[in-house]
Design a protein around this ligand. Structure first.
Ligand code: SF4
Length: 399
């Protein structure tokens, strides 16, 4: 599915939910407590950039706003934004989101803008306690918005749905690493996109069905055990017991921030030399980093459970913890037999720009060639991006 079709399909699903009287809460930064949102009777849905909307200069926005926030703001200005009960902006992640939220609130006072503040540091239990308090305040804001108090039953059901979706996607990510012929990258990215649009039982069923098909293929090849081990290793961020080998010429991974896997699947479609089994992994904020979030514990304090889950996900370039990310990246490259790395950098995104040199150095230290890919939501430079990828593949093939 191409990215514009995903947008159309996602808008259609949102329209159907809203028409059916289901309130939708939009989010931009994907590490939100889905289960808490659903416990207030809301459906959490990623607010997507739209490649047909030009994120042009907007004099309400500061010059440092990134291309992603510009695109979203332009959609809101030109009236093409989806109908939402409210929209969540993260604090303490990056300057762009911090400030665009203020501008948004002033410019569109009729919108319900809700903030969720994240701890920047990776300080274990104090960070969990801090985020738990923030999530509790967020839950109170949702109650004011909807008039629906936190419902424990709905929270437990949401934990089961979201946990099931994540588990299924983790297995599919791992299956693609072990045997990419069994699950095309565009199918995987499409399922991730559906999760982000609306984590519903329908999406869970689709993912479980796809996993059952893939599992059949894995069993025939006697690869089901290694897929489960790979999933466990990725989830615990300890790759020690895994050593995948490859018989294909080139296996590459994409890494970066707020880029959707569907955008990558769409972009690589026309690149000469890109085979169906070439891209075996993404380490994107809207992909791997959100999917490999551990499940929420439903016993005990739900806000603490949600905080622990969010902070258990692979860390983001917006957080402290660079050395941990570098170690994980080196382990992923070496233990999963990755032969080339594409580093996506969202235009004017400070976290991406600060992280890229360390990513480049880490890959060089384990002998994996990289290419840096400046990218914006409109793929305005598409031909050049395709050319860069083609050249990169040729370089890898020749080495
Ligand atoms: S793309 Fe970068 S600057 Fe823009 S919202 Fe995301 S992290 Fe912030």
């Amino acid at each position: 599915m191409s990215y514009p079709i995903l947008i159309e399909q996602s808008n259609q699903i949102l329209r159907e939910l809203v028409d059916a009287g289901q309130p939708v809460l939009g989010y931009i930064y994907p590490h939100i407590p889905h289960e808490i949102v659903m416990a207030h009777g809301l459906t959490p849905s990623l607010v997507r950039t739209n490649p047909t909307t030009v994120g042009a200069y907007e004099d309400s926005l500061q010059t440092f706003s990134c291309s992603l926030t510009r695109n979203l703001f332009s959609q809101r200005v030109n009236g093409s934004f989806p109908l939402l009960a409210g929209i969540v902006f993260s604090s303490n992640t990056c300057d762009a989101l911090q400030n665009v939220a203020d501008v948004w609130r002033l410019r569109f006072p009729e919108d319900n803008v809700i903030r969720l503040t994240y701890p920047v540091g990776d300080s274990g239990n104090p960070a969990v306690q801090y985020l738990a308090l923030e999530i509790k305040a967020f839950s109170d804001a949702l109650e004011s918005l909807t008039g629906v108090a936190f419902q424990k039953d709905a929270f437990i059901e949401a934990a089961s749905i979201v946990g099931g979706i994540r588990r299924g996607l983790q297995l599919l990510y791992s299956a693609r690493l072990v045997n990419p012929s069994l699950i095309p990258y565009d199918t995987l990215s499409e399922l991730v996109g559906e999760f982000m649009t609306a984590p519903t039982k329908t999406v869970l069923t689709r993912i479980e069905k796809k996993w059952a098909e893939v599992l059949d293929g894995l069993k025939k090849e006697k690869q089901d055990g290694v897929v489960e081990k790979t999933r466990t290793a990725l989830l615990s961020q300890d790759m020690g017991g895994i050593n995948l080998t490859s018989d294909s010429a080139v296996r590459i991974a994409f890494i970066g921030g707020m880029v959707e896997p569907t955008t990558i699947a769409d972009l690589i479609n026309n690149v000469p030399g890109m085979k169906s089994n070439t891209v075996v992994l993404d380490v994107l904020t809207f992909g791997f980093r959100t999917v490999f979030t551990p499940p929420v514990e439903t016993e005990g304090d739900p806000f603490e459970g949600a905080a622990r889950s969010i902070l258990g996900a692979p860390s983001e370039p917006t957080q402290e913890g660079l050395s941990k990310r570098v170690k994980l990246l080196k382990d992923v490259l070496t233990h999963l037999s990755i032969g080339g790395l594409v580093v996506c950098e969202q235009s004017f995104c400070d976290p991406d720009e600060f992280e890229a040199p360390s990513t480049e150095r880490a890959a060089a230290e384990v002998g994996v060639p990289i290419v840096r890919l400046p990218i914006d939501p409109e793929l305005s430079d598409r031909a050049r991006l395709e050319g860069r990828l083609q050249t990169f593949l040729e370089t890898l093939d020749a080495s």
